[in-house]
Design a protein around this ligand. Structure first.
Ligand code: DX5
Ligand code: ZN
Length: 224
């Protein structure tokens, strides 16, 4: 990672008040969010169902921040064009769901989106080796996907370090997703992550601007 790069904070709207989703997105944008993270679940790859196309499309008009859809779905190839159509800018797919991962990542890029390669905590990192160079970012999961508000799995730090080694000098970024809060965001950065997904760690606060500032102050940006 280029250390001059700013840390990006990506609120996961799964933890927001979904009855007021548009307002919640505007509020986190005002608080300084960089990216809006949407968790897409199909009840098959993960044991939960979340949101889909009409919701993403309806809130596309409230902000110009990039939309990042994290596809926790089987057979994601069937839906790549639809995510582009509803306004997604970044799209991550799980290595566990993609038998032809290079084709999938390249199709996402052809559609004009940034391509993310996500991996579950229990999957061998060596499974990324043949695909890493096609990804714009790698998503290291620090919980088993399916639910917000789960406990952070500390093995993620070593996994980030390992992925950072594999990336070498290329510009591929590392997103960490699951259980990130102000007390561990600094350690995630130190391990090599530069895109921080934060769900309950932000939305459970009553003051998003203060919490966002406190998250940023817990990273190296505080000393720049
Ligand atoms: C887990 C999701 C995460 C999650 C993050 O399946 O991919 O994005 O919603 O939420 P917190 O920060 O609450 O773990
Ligand atoms: Zn996610």
């Amino acid at each position: 990672m280029s250390r001059e790069n700013r840390i990006s904070i990506a609120p996961s709207i799964l933890a927001s008040d979904l009855s007021r989703l548009g307002e919640e997105i505007v509020a986190v944008e005002k608080a300084g969010a960089d990216i809006i993270h949407f968790d897409i679940m199909d009840g098959h790859f993960v044991p939960n169902i979340s949101i889909g196309f009409p919701i993403i499309e309806s809130v596309r008009k409230v902000t110009s921040l990039p939309f990042d859809a994290h596809l926790m779905i089987s057979e994601p190839d069937r839906f790549l064009e639809d995510f582009k159509r509803v306004g997604c800018n970044w799209l991550s797919v799980h290595i566990e769901t993609c038998p032809h991962i290079n084709r999938t990542l390249n199709r996402i890029k052809e559609l004009g989106m940034k391509a993310g390669l996500a991996i579950n905590p229990g999957s061998a990192l060596s499974s990324l080796d043949g695909a890493m160079s096609d990804a714009d970012f790698v998503v290291v999961m620090s919980v088993n996907p399916g639910f917000g508000g789960q406990k952070f799995l500390p093995a993620a730090y070593d996994r980030i370090r390992e992925v950072r080694k594999k990336i070498g000098t290329s510009k591929t970024r590392i997103q960490i997703d699951g259980g990130i809060k102000k007390h561990n965001i600094g350690a995630a950065e130190a391990a090599g992550a530069d895109i921080m997904v934060v769900g309950t760690g932000l939305f459970s606060s009553t003051n998003y601007s203060e919490m966002m500032a406190s998250l940023r102050n817990s990273t190296s940006e505080a000393s720049r």
